[in-house]
Design a protein around this ligand. Structure first.
Ligand code: 5AD
Ligand code: SF4
Length: 455
């Protein structure tokens, strides 16, 4: 009988990608994916550990899964429960102590062993595999499946790099995802070719530190991210390229030049700064100053004047004074961000900042986060308002909310809704932006017929 797996992902885009890879590993064993947890014989919670609430969510979800497992057992169905992702990696056996119904705890380095681990867990529930094997998971994962039932749409993520050696003092990633490792260029190119031939038009290259990419080139030697992007731009059918997440220290001259020279590379860059205070940046072990960031932004904008920048911010880091926070607000005002993500600092066990003195009270964190988000919201709205009246290319991704409507993304990653007018998902159409809504832009076709990609 067909077995059904339900994967729920939390957190970053890397997890979204990993979820698909887990499904790919399980498919040859007779597992098909389901969107309904009630009918799942296997429930995988693909967890995130980066902030406190994410781990809390997992434990409350496990409570619900436990109920479900009981109900299904009463009806004669067995359900296996797997906790994967970074909480699995960080907490290991602790998860089994807090949630006894879990059958398997598996870290991101071991997904290629899922079928064997599930078989082991069926014999003796409560298996934990959070080892860092000698080979990287890139070597061990099968090629992604081309099963049409796993339709990926016209945009796709592609992991090129994993792990991080930066050790920012607040961050668990170097501990949960391990040391920085890059995938060989040839493997990435063939995955891109496969995705393009199944209809993908836009690739977002993923890595915790994606611009630190230094993979083996097809003819030996190391390729940096700029070289990789140039090669991927040659893949027939790939019309757009993006990458995330970048560290300011790794924005080299070639990558900045690629933003000037490579038409497929979209004018949007997620470049987290975390704080605008030199003292806090130092305590965070970010290895750059606010001035380094300003200079970098200048160079990037000289290469690509219309580039949209986004960032992550942490407020309430241990020892952050009013003056430090004012420096962050000042940096935001000087740079101008199109979009942003901001968080209250949350101490992550095992990271240096968690043991720092002068942890700030929750009330200060909340107050600062509200002020920061108000400023960032204003900037995002201003950025969107400035597109009204402009004509931009939109990659059409899915039908819109209303009949005849179609929705896609601008080069600046803004959601755009318009009347389809004969255009199809996968087309890139020229759209005049007419209005902004709370979460998206509205526009009308400025061209006929649409530019249809050839693959
Ligand atoms: N507390 C709050 N935010 C954090 N981030 C990472 N670790 C923490 C933490 N301990 C944020 C950073 C990072 C984003 C992915 O999550 O801003 O860039
Ligand atoms: Fe974490 Fe810093 Fe590495 Fe980003 S660069 S993954 S914040 S340690």
């Amino acid at each position: 009988m067909e077995k059904k797996v339900y994967v729920k992902s939390y957190g970053c885009q890397m997890n979204v990608y990993d979820a698909q890879r887990m499904a790919d590993v399980l498919a040859p064993e007779g597992w098909s994916q389901t969107a309904s947890i009630e009918e799942a014989d296997l429930v995988v919670l693909n967890t995130c550990h980066i902030r406190e609430k994410a781990a809390d969510k997992v434990y409350s979800e496990l409570g619900r899964v436990r109920e479900l497992k009981r109900e299904r057992a009463a009806a004669g169905h067995e359900t296996q429960v797997v906790v994967a992702g970074c909480v699995a990696q960080a907490e290991g056996g602790e998860i089994l102590r807090r949630a006894r119904d879990v059958d398997l705890v598996v870290g991101p380095q071991s997904y290629h062993r899922l079928p064997a681990l599930l078989a082991e867990a069926r014999r003796t529930p409560g298996v934990v595999d959070t080892d860092f094997p000698a080979e990287t998971k890139f070597d061990a994962l099968p090629a992604p499946s081309r099963d049409k039932t796993l339709a990926r749409g016209v945009t796709a993520f592609l992991t090129v790099q994993e792990g991080c050696d930066k050790f920012c003092s607040f961050c668990v990633v170097p501990y949960t995802r391990g040391a920085e490792a890059s995938r060989p260029a040839a493997a990435i190119v063939s995955e891109a070719e496969r995705l393009a031939s199944s209809g993908v038009r836009e690739l977002t290259l993923l890595g915790q530190n994606v611009n630190a990419y230094h993979g083996a080139g097809p003819q030996g030697g190391d390729w940096g991210l700029a070289r990789l992007l140039q090669r991927l731009a040659e893949v027939p059918g790939i019309e757009r390229l993006r990458f995330t997440t970048s560290h300011p220290r790794d924005m080299d001259a070639e990558l900045i030049a690629a933003h000037r020279d490579l038409p497929q590379l979209m004018p949007y860059l997620h470049l987290p700064v975390q704080s605008g205070s030199d003292a806090i940046l130092d305590a965070m072990n970010r290895k750059h100053t606010r001035d380094d960031y300003f200079r970098l932004v200048d160079r990037i904008r000289r290469a690509r004047p219309d580039i949209a920048l986004s960032s992550d911010f942490i407020v309430g880091f241990p020892g952050e004074s009013d003056a430090d926070f004012a420096d962050t607000m000042d940096l935001i005002a000087q740079v101008g961000f199109a979009a942003s993500f901001s968080f209250k600092y949350s101490p992550r066990p095992g990271t240096p900042a968690a043991d720092a003195e002068r942890q700030l009270p929750e009330s200060v964190k909340s107050e600062r986060l509200a002020a920061l988000q108000a400023a960032l919201d204003r900037q995002a709205k201003a950025f969107n308002a400035a597109t009204v009246g402009r004509t931009v290319d939109v990659l059409l991704e899915k039908p819109g909310r209303h009949p005849g409507q179609i929705a896609g993304k601008s080069p600046y990653l803004q959601a755009v809704h318009l009347d389809g007018d004969g255009a199809a998902v996968g087309d890139i159409v020229s759209v005049r932006i007419t209005a902004t809504g709370p979460n998206s832009l509205f526009g009308e076709r400025a061209d006929t017929p649409p530019h249809r990609a050839t693959a």
